[in-house]
Each structure stands twice: as C-alpha cells, then as structure tokens.
Design a protein around this ligand. Structure first.
Ligand SMILES: [Fe+2]
Ligand SMILES: [Fe+2]
Length: 287
C-alpha cells in the first residue's frame, strides 16, 4: 500500500495553479479595479488571453464585429464571466496534462468539474447562500483534483479501484480507501494546501464526500459542493469510473430546504449555463 506522502512527494511535476489566474482574480475582487492593470496581468498567460477573446467572440455574446483587443474583451465580459473564465482556464491546465494517465478519464473529470462549478453557482444563487462566489467556483472546480493525481501517479492501483467500483458496486472513494488506505478527497485537500488555497477551499475539497465532518466554519461550502456533485452525477456529468454508486445526498436536500420543483427549475438553469460553458471554455476540447 502506497503512503499518501509518498504520492504527494512524487507530484511535484503537477504545475502550481496558474499565478496569472490567481492574480487577476485578486484584481477583480476590488470593485474599483483599473482595467489596464488587469490586462497587464492577463496578457502574461497566452491560454487565458485566448479563452477570453474566444468567449467574447462566441455566439453567446453575439457581438456585431470581431473583438481582438484584450482590453475591449475584458470590458465586454464583465466581472462574473471574467472570473469564470479565469478559474476555468487555470484549472484546465491541471486537468489537461501531457502525462494525463487515464486520458479518457481526465476528459470526463474535466467536464464533471465544470458541471459541478456551474451547478454550485446556480444552487448558491437560488438558495441565497452567504458564500463567496470565488470560493464556490474554485472549490467545485477542484473538488476531484485528487483523482487527477491518482490516475496519473498510481495508475496500477487506479485500475484496481476502477474494477472494484464496477464489480463490487462500491462508491469510488470507498474503493480507494480499500486499495490505498485513503481517498481522492484527502489527497485533493493536501494538494490545495500545497497550492496555498484558503482554508475554506481546502476544507470543501477535503470533505466533499463527508461534509458533516468539515470544520463548522466551512461546513456550508462543503455541503454545497457535496450536493452539487451529487446532482451533476445524477444528470449524467460524471465519470465512467463512478459507476452508479452515487446518489443525491438527501440529508443535504432537506437541510438546504430544496423542494422537488426547485430541483427542476435549477436543472434548467444549470443546463443553460452548461451549454454556455461548452462554447466558453472548450469543455469538449479536452474530451
Ligand atoms: Fe469526489
Ligand atoms: Fe465529483
């Protein structure tokens, strides 16, 4: 059995979360930010710059002419869309790696991550949760990042876990615990710590399969991510390795006071966001 520290020591090749994305998010968190300061930072990262221009010129915005200036694009997009594209571009570097191990799996996982990020945003708005949108989106996008590590660095054990999920109908994290002695949520939490993400995000990643164990201050965020995870799996944005072993955490549905009608409305909103995202952040390119 491999020790978690042994695996963590071998993952120094995983790139840090792109600093450009983090810095740009920092700038836009100030409502009085100066556009040229933001442009200075963003243009240091080619793929983020390309994604912003692509989104701005997408059918979704339906602009009458092509925008080729980053400055102009930033103004058109506005803070909310910008934040999404920054985070999604940043996270894509993590998922879309040359040594991506189980490549089919990583593609599915990337789509699952985007789906969970959008679902948690839709849910948080609907429920008017007093949580920071940046933290929600980041935690949801990275909640399964531990699976990237496992599928890339312990591929033999990963195959064993996958077989166990399929044959014994275990949940993915239960199978991981049997084979490795720990699960992707734990390793993802450690990775987020190494990347120096705030404690709230570390906790939401670490406890997304057992939000009841999350420290009280971060519990709501952990619960939101857990519920979004369950909902997107239910509508088919999961990975084949997950099998049919997940279900919606009913306790959370009750606790967050979601009604059946609410879920239907939410699903429609979520699907609209997901369609937009397909165009916006190249979800399909990685698949
Ligand atoms: Fe997970
Ligand atoms: Fe997940």
């Amino acid at each position: 059995m491999k020790h978690m520290d042994e695996i963590l020591a071998s993952i120094h090749q995983i790139p840090p979360f792109p600093q450009v994305a983090i810095k740009a998010m920092d700038i836009i968190s100030n409502t009085q930010y100066v556009v040229s300061d933001l442009v200075e930072v963003i243009r240091l990262d080619q793929s983020i710059t390309a994604n912003i221009l692509k989104l701005c010129n997408s059918a979704y915005f339906g602009l009458p002419r092509k925008v080729s200036s980053l400055k102009e694009a930033v103004v058109y997009l506005g803070t909310i869309q910008l934040r999404q594209v920054l985070l999604a571009s940043g996270a894509k570097d993590i998922y879309d790696r040359p040594d991506k191990g189980y490549s089919y799996f990583i593609g599915e996982l990337w789509q699952h991550a985007i789906a969970c990020a959008l679902m948690s945003q839709v849910l948080a708005r609907h429920l008017r949760l007093s949580l920071d949108e940046n933290s929600i989106f980041t935690a949801a996008l990275l909640h399964d990042v531990g699976k990237v590590v496992l599928s890339t660095y312990v591929s033999q054990e990963f195959a064993e876990i996958e077989t166990m999920v399929k044959k014994e109908h275990l949940s993915f994290h239960d199978a991981e615990r049997r084979v490795l002695g720990f699960d992707h949520a734990e390793i993802g939490g450690r990775l987020a710590e190494l990347w120096k993400f705030p404690d709230s995000i570390v906790a939401a990643i670490r406890f997304h399969h057992e939000p009841e164990k999350s420290p009280k201050t971060f519990r709501l965020l952990s619960e939101l991510i857990a519920l979004s995870d369950g909902l997107v799996l239910m509508v088919g944005y999961g990975t084949s390795a997950d099998g049919l072993s997940y279900h919606i955490p009913h306790l959370l549905v009750d606790k967050l006071k979601l009604k059946k009608n609410d879920i239907e409305v939410l699903m429609i909103k979520f699907q609209e966001e997901m369609d937009k995202a397909q165009e916006m952040i190249d979800v399909k390119d990685v698949l």
